[in-house]
Design a protein around this ligand. Structure first.
Ligand code: GLY
Length: 358
C-alpha cells in the first residue's frame, strides 16, 4: 500500500499498517514539514469543543482517550521522549468582557458533560502563580494535555520504519502514478490537488520563545487565554520552549507578519508578564488543512476504488492522530468501518452531480 504524506497522520497509519504485516511505502519529499512543523501540539478535546461541532467533539474525545496508550506504545517502540505532558490546561480571561466570552463557551462545554471546572482568581493563581494579577478569572480543563509535534513526527518515522515501512522521498503528482493496491491520501492541504477533496489552507502564525538560562518555563499548564479580544495559547515544554499561537487566517501564504507577531506577543505578555524576558527563537507560519465543516475527511473516496482519505484535520491533526491511524488501519486490514468514521466519510461532500466543492 502507499501513503501520500509523512506528517503525523500518514506516518501513524503507516506504522499501524506495517505492524500488521502490510508492505507500506510512504511518499513525501519533506516529511514533517507541513502543518505539524508549526503546530503547538495541544491535545484539547475540551477547550476545542466549539459551538455546532458536536460530532467533531466526539471524535476529539475518542482520540484524546487513546493518547496515553498511544504515547506509551510509541515511546516503547522508539525510546523517544515525545514531550507528552498531562498537567492540564488553564482557560483564562483577562478582562471582564474576555471572561464573559469565555464563560459562554465553558457553559456549552459543561453542557456536553466535558470536564471544565471554573476557578476563583485565587485558585487560578495557586495553580499558576506567574499569571498576571489582572487576569479576571478562569477554569481548569484537566484532560486537555500536550505533546511536542516535532518530536512526535520523528518518533513516528522511526516506529514506521522499524515496523517495516519504507519512506520514499518522492513527490506524488498523480495518484495514478502509484503502483499500489491501496492508497491513503494523508497529504494535508495537498489532498485538494491530488484527490479533488475540499481541503483549503487556513494559515496559522506562531511564535516560539525559550526560557533564558536553559531552565523550564515558569508555568506548567497549557494556558488558553482571551486577552482584550485576542485568543492566544501558551504551551510550555519541559525543555524551556514556549509556543505562542496562533492566528487563524483564510490565506494561502506562509509569510510571517509583524502585526501577527505583535498581537500574539502582546496577548501572551498581558497574560504572563515574565514572557517579555524570554528569548524569541522562532516565528513561523503554516497551513492547516481546513474543510467545509472543520472536520476531517476519513475513508474511501467515492468512485476511486482502493483510495482512502485521511486528511482535513484542520486545527486537530495532532490530537486526532491515534484515532485516525487506528480506524484507517482497521478499515484497510479488516474491511470493516468503525461507526466512529460515519460522520467523517468523503461522500458527505458529494452530490448526484459530483463534488460541489471542486
Ligand atoms: N489547534 C491549534 C491551532 O490550530 O492553532
Amino acid at each position: 500500500m502507499a501513503v501520500v504524506g509523512a506528517g503525523p497522520v500518514g506516518l501513524a497509519i503507516a506504522w499501524r499498517c506495517a505492524a500488521r504485516g502490510l508492505r507500506v511505502v510512504v511518499h513525501d519529499p519533506a516529511p514533517g514539514s507541513g502543518a505539524s512543523w508549526v503546530a503547538a501540539g495541544m491535545l484539547a478535546p475540551v477547550a476545542e469543543a466549539y459551538f455546532g461541532e458536536h460530532e467533531l467533539t466526539g471524535l476529539l474525545t475518542a482520540s484524546a482517550a487513546r493518547w496515553p496508550a498511544f504515547a506509551a506504545e510509541l515511546t516503547e517502540a522508539t525510546g523517544a521522549d515525545l514531550g507528552y505532558r498531562t498537567d492540564g490546561t488553564l482557560l483564562v480571561g483577562l478582562t471582564a468582557d474576555d471572561l464573559a466570552e469565555a464563560r459562554r463557551l465553558w457553559a456549552y462545554q459543561q453542557g456536553l458533560g466535558l470536564p471544565v471546572t471554573p476557578l476563583r482568581p485565587s485558585e487560578l493563581r495557586d495553580r499558576e502563580p506567574a499569571l498576571a494579577t489582572r487576569v479576571r478569572g478562569g477554569a481548569f480543563a484537566p484532560t486537555d494535555h500536550q505533546v511536542d509535534p516535532r518530536r512526535l513526527v520523528a518518533a513516528l518515522r522511526t516506529a514506521a520504519v522499524r515496523a517495516g515501512a519504507t519512506l520514499a522521498p518522492s513527490a506524488v503528482d498523480r495518484l495514478s502514478d502509484l503502483d499500489a493496491g491501496v492508497t491513503v491520501v494523508a497529504a494535508g492541504c495537498g489532498a485538494a490537488a491530488l484527490a479533488g477533496l475540499p481541503v483549503r489552507p487556513v494559515k496559522g502564525q506562531v511564535v516560539r520563545l525559550r526560557a533564558p538560562g536553559g531552565v523550564a518555563p515558569g508555568f506548567r499548564h497549557v494556558i488558553r487565554g482571551y486577552a482584550d479580544g485576542e485568543h492566544v495559547y501558551l504551551v510550555p515544554r519541559v525543555d524551556g520552549e514556549v509556543v505562542v499561537g496562533a492566528t487563524v487566517e483564510e490565506r494561502t501564504d506562509t509569510t510571517v507578519t509583524a502585526e501577527a507577531v505583535l498581537r500574539l506577543l502582546r496577548a501572551a505578555v498581558d497574560l504572563l508578564p515574565e514572557l517579555a524576558g524570554y528569548d524569541l527563537v522562532e516565528t513561523v507560519a503554516g497551513l492547516r488543512p481546513g474543510t467545509p465543516d472543520n472536520a476531517p475527511i476519513l475513508g474511501p473516496l467515492p468512485g476511486r476504488p482502493g483510495v482512502l482519505a485521511a486528511t482535513g484535520h484542520h486545527r486537530h491533526g495532532i490530537v486526532l492522530t491515534p484515532v485516525t491511524a487506528d480506524l484507517i488501519a482497521d478499515l484497510i486490514t479488516t474491511g470493516v468501518a468503525d461507526p466512529l468514521l460515519a460522520p467523517f466519510t468523503p461522500d458527505r461532500f458529494t452530490t448526484e452531480e459530483g463534488n460541489p466543492w471542486n
